[in-house]
Design a protein around this ligand. Structure first.
Ligand code: PGA
Length: 241
């Protein structure tokens, strides 16, 4: 176990029904693991998974940007907290892209997650075009400023995942050098906006068995946010060895 106590956050996205989820977690045999394993399954499977694995860190992949009311189909932060959700992913590029979530909405969501005392896992990152045009710094600045606008004075646990959009599900992971440089920049920026947070930094985007060690051996990387490779039992078992 070379990288003790790193964070392995699995974003299952819209995959795995209930029996597949339970079967995966039973076989994963979490009792023996000394790593921090966090799982974000589909909304509808959160409660039965939590019942079967009460000590597992369970997350939601999304939350409403309003606290309550006439928002058909939405689930509030308070509702998630009430059923035992520990953390919530916010600002994922698939939400920003497919569901047109704005930086302002993401800021509202993050504030509600913090208010409900769950841990926000905020995803930030630039597109390929933005990187090519030299806009990475500007984009990250804007995403972080607006996401953290409403919680500036608070003290809470905050996870930030640098997920360049061009690296997600693309088999084109960011190099260790890019990850290192960007995470250092993110760290400085975040601590200047919210100085009282307990900050952890993740990398996400085509993390596989071939590249995970490179990221985890980087000082500023506290862990990884994994999509595709977290669905494969054998791969995930090898990640957390
Ligand atoms: P990927 O997804 O590991 O499949 O690239 C990462 C993510 O979307 O969080």
């Amino acid at each position: 176990m070379r990288f003790l106590k790193k964070y392995f956050v699995a974003n299952w996205k819209m995959n795995k029904n209930l029996s597949e989820s339970l079967d995966f977690l039973i076989k994963l045999n979490l009792i023996d693991s000394k790593q921090n394993i966090w799982i974000a399954p589909a909304f509808c499977n959160i409660v039965p998974i939590k019942e079967r694995f009460p000590k597992l860190m369970i997350g939601a992949q999304n939350v409403a940007y309003k606290s309550h009311g006439a928002y058909t189909g939405e689930v509030s932060a308070e509702m998630l907290c009430d059923i035992g959700v520990d953390f919530c992913i916010v600002g994922h590029s698939e939400r920003r892209g497919y569901f047109h979530e704005t930086d302002e909405e993401i800021g509202h969501k993050l504030a509600l997650i913090v208010e409900a005392e769950m841990v926000p896992v905020l995803c930030v990152g630039e597109t390929f075009e933005q990187r090519e045009k030299g806009l990475t710094h500007h984009i990250l600045d804007r995403q972080l400023n607006l996401a953290l606008e409403l919680v500036k004075k608070k003290s809470f646990d905050l996870f930030i995942a640098y997920e360049p959009v061009w690296a997600i599900g693309s088999s084109k992971p960011a190099t260790k050098e890019i990850v290192e440089n960007v995470l250092k920049e993110i760290q400085q920026k975040v601590l200047s906006i919210v100085p009282r947070v307990n900050l952890k930094l993740l990398y996400g985007g085509s993390v596989t068995l071939d590249n995970i060690d490179e990221y985890l051996s980087t000082d500023c990387v506290d862990g990884v946010l994994v999509g595709g490779a977290s669905l494969e039992l054998k791969t995930f078992q090898n990640f957390i060895k």
